[in-house]
Design a protein around this ligand. Sequence first.
Ligand SMILES: N[C@@H](CCC(=O)N[C@@H](CS)C(=O)NCC(=O)O)C(=O)O
Length: 220
Amino acid sequence: MLTLYHTPLSVNSRRVWVALLEKELPFETVEMQLSGDQMQPDFLKLNPFHHIPVLTDDGFTVIESFAILDYLEAKYPTPSLLPKPAEAIATVRMVEMVTLNELVPAFNPLVKKMMGFGQEDEAKINQALQKAEVVLQFYADKLGEGPFFGGEQLTLADVVAGTFAPFFEQLGLPMTQYPSLQTWVTRLIERPAWKTTQPSQAAVDAFRERMQMRMAAQEQ
Ligand SMILES: N[C@@H](CCC(=O)N[C@@H](CS)C(=O)NCC(=O)O)C(=O)O
């Protein structure tokens, strides 16, 4: 049996959760609170770095979300989330790595501002917005006219970039400048896998409150 240790608010977990759903695999979930439960000996045996997601598959444990995605693709290849042509594979990998290495660092100050975690200075926010826009332009170029990054089929590129996509507007990114990307976002968020894994507003609000209390306690 496949078991996913995760928390619904984690985008690192969500990409694995979406992949499991898109592959229509039977799996169970263990919801972590990340309030100390990730430091318990039983969990540290699964991941000594105390991070989610973790996937176990009949006694085999995989940590690191991208390793998990590769494992799922190799072990359960149908339906495939990785195209075969060399150019399409390169596009998928580029989108995955650009998301991780370029979009995530740009997103961090924008998310902090949106969540009200401390005061980010305006110059830093503008720089982050500019960096994020370079990524959006890159996505739009790679998407072209296709419904998905790898062509006609949903791929890991859509899963990885697409789990950030529902937040583009909320973070102040001007989606109207990228109509094909906007259509792609709409196409993804209508899929059952995205609907199932979309964190509720109540969960986001509760997380914001917990973090603000933790930050206030640290300041005292
Ligand atoms: N590179 C890891 C990052 C995982 C990660 O940072 N997980 C966070 C949640 S988003 C976590 O488990 N934080 C709790 C902790 O580190 O104690 C991956 O892609 O799986």
